[in-house]
Design a protein around this ligand. Structure first.
Ligand code: CA
Length: 537
């Protein structure tokens, strides 16, 4: 009998001990707040000290960088919205997770990092833009925009169907996140919260309170605003993402081209987005909008601009709206940080700010993304991990969105599945310099022929050199980023770089094989090449 009692006592003490361990573990395992926006170029963040820093675009994101670590060499694997998100969910390249372009549908039944976090005791939520189609899996709570979603008074998809919410989408998404932090989550568990803003995605519709921001100044211009891509391989001249020829005065810039415009008479694609958003506005929202843009439109008509002057005007209108949308996201970061503070969660919550890819802010005369050139290849990545990241620190290692899933898993003390293809950033966040860190990143873009007409390409970038292969056209580019950071001189075929280029080609093939990428197709027939480029043979 004494023996049995002894066993019971021992079992009891083990149970107590394991309960203590679990609760001790939960108080040390960090919460994860992942704030993610759409199309926010690093050079449109003050802390990245690019050419736009002088207009102070992001005071609150800059404050986050001061408190944590900024990754200067942060890159995507495929510079477009849905695919970048699929890479983050899975820790696998597009060809492995199956979501290669925005036309695909994400298979939510596959392994994702939020599901794995749930398995180790995290509670999870996602609000805002998912862009992966289908109902999200791996989340205890979620509300997502359908597709791209609307800026004003958008619909949200919930587990119980669609709801329409009044207000500007950046504020709505912030409010959902704050409500969940305050009341919605299971407070016994550590959390992982994804706050996914639609802004600043095209067509850049800021909240009413931001319509006058930068109204009285001229923003700086990128030095490559009038680039004519003379030294690039031909694909750079056959694209459709120029501010000059492709940015639409109505669709992208809301210029009222008809004095008698009544909101109903616009046809074609213009009707599908810009005015769909404006039709969605309340009378009061529309009035604020027209009061802000009406006099500016009148000035525009009076000036009767053309040529480079018109490009400059379009650039200013676009860039101001882009930065106004970013100001909304920046305020969201402030609200989320103060909410953590107020709830006593600051000390044990990792805060990450990132965006799905970079963007052309007039650089090379463009808007949009897709290319493997620097402006769209780079992603912002700022991480504040109290007690781990050093304040105001900079990391220079080559990192990718491919790494986020494993990073979050390691933060949570969970195993990293063998089939994930990234590298946990935790050692870098601890300030370490791992000997076996990657020396090159692998890139592959697929969506072609399609909107903006950027051909398929894969390539690699190391600390200094970049090799790009537009394989359907069998055209190559090679850049020396140290000598030519703006990528204005394609060195492919330059004998000075011959051995470097051969080395890069070998490395590209090695990485393609290592990542199991069988999706590179061969050269297309000349007839097809001419047809997609609109050329007559
Ligand atoms: Ca995007």
């Amino acid at each position: 009998m004494r023996y049995v009692l002894g066993i019971v006592a021992l079992l009891n003490s083990l149970i107590v001990a394991s309960q203590i361990n679990v609760s001790a573990e939960d108080s040390t395992r960090p919460n994860i707040l992942f704030v993610f926006s759409d199309d926010h170029a690093p050079h449109a963040i003050g802390a990245y000290e690019g050419w736009l820093a002088s207009v102070d675009p992001t005071p609150n994101i800059d404050a986050l960088a001061k408190q944590g670590m900024l990754f200067r060499n942060s890159f995507c694997t495929n510079s477009i919205c849905g695919p970048s998100r699929a890479v983050i969910q899975t820790g696998k390249h597009s060809h492995k997770n199956g979501f290669m372009n925005n036309g695909n549908t994400f298979d939510w039944n596959q392994q994702t990092f939020p599901k794995l976090l749930q398995e180790v005791g995290y509670t999870t939520a996602i609000y805002g833009k998912s862009h992966l189609k289908g109902n999200p899996q791996g989340f205890n709570d979620w509300q997502v925009l359908p597709g791209q979603g609307l800026y004003y008074n958008p619909d949200l998809i919930t587990a119980d169907g669609r709801v329409r919410v009044e207000g500007h989408c950046t504020d709505i998404v912030t409010d959902l996140a704050v409500d969940w932090l305050r009341e919605g989550r299971d407070k016994e568990k550590p959390f992982m919260l994804m706050v996914q803003h639609k802004a600043p995605h095209r067509n850049w519709m800021p909240a009413p309170r931001h319509l006058d921001l930068y109204a009285d100044i001229d923003l700086p211009e990128p030095k490559t605003l009038f680039d004519k891509w003379e030294d690039n391989a031909p694909p750079a001249r056959f694209q459709e993402l120029e501010i000059d020829r492709h940015m639409h005065l109505q669709f992208d810039l809301f210029v009222d081209l008809s004095p008698a415009f009544d909101g109903q008479s616009i046809k074609g694609r213009v009707d599908k987005s810009a005015w769909a958003n404006m039709k969605r506005m309340s009378e009061q929202q529309l009035k604020v909008w027209r009061d802000a843009y009406g006099p500016r439109d009148a000035e525009f008509h009076a000036a009767n601009l053309s040529g480079d002057d018109l490009v400059r005007w379009k650039y200013q209108r676009y860039e101001k709206n882009y930065l106004r949308c970013i100001r909304g996201v920046d305020e969201s970061v402030r609200t989320l940080m103060s909410t953590l503070e107020e709830l006593g969660l600051s000390e044990n919550t990792v805060v990450i700010y990132s965006s799905d890819q970079g963007f052309y802010v007039g650089d090379h005369g463009w808007y949009d993304k897709r290319w493997m050139y620097e402006e769209s290849l780079k992603m912002p990545l700022i991480v504040k991990w109290p007690g781990v990241t050093k304040e105001d620190s900079i990391d220079e290692h080559l990192v990718q969105n491919l790494d986020y899933a494993q990073t979050f898993l390691e933060m949570a003390g969970a195993d990293q599945p063998e089939d994930m293809q990234g590298m946990s950033l935790v050692p870098l966040l601890r300030g370490q310099d791992p000997e076996d860190w990657r020396e090159s990143i692998y890139y592959h873009y697929y969506e072609y022929p399609s909107v903006h007409m950027v051909p398929r390409h894969n390539g690699i970038r190391d600390e200094r050199y970049k090799l790009i292969h537009f394989y359907e056209f069998d055209e190559w580019e090679f850049y020396d980023l140290e000598e030519d950071p703006d990528e204005l001189q394609n060195r492919y075929g330059d004998p000075i770089y011959a051995s470097r280029i051969e080395e890069s080609k070998k490395r590209l093939e090695q990485l393609r094989i290592e990542y199991g990428d069988e999706s590179v197709s061969g050269v297309k027939p000349k007839e097809w090449q001419n047809k997609v480029r609109g050329l007559t043979p």
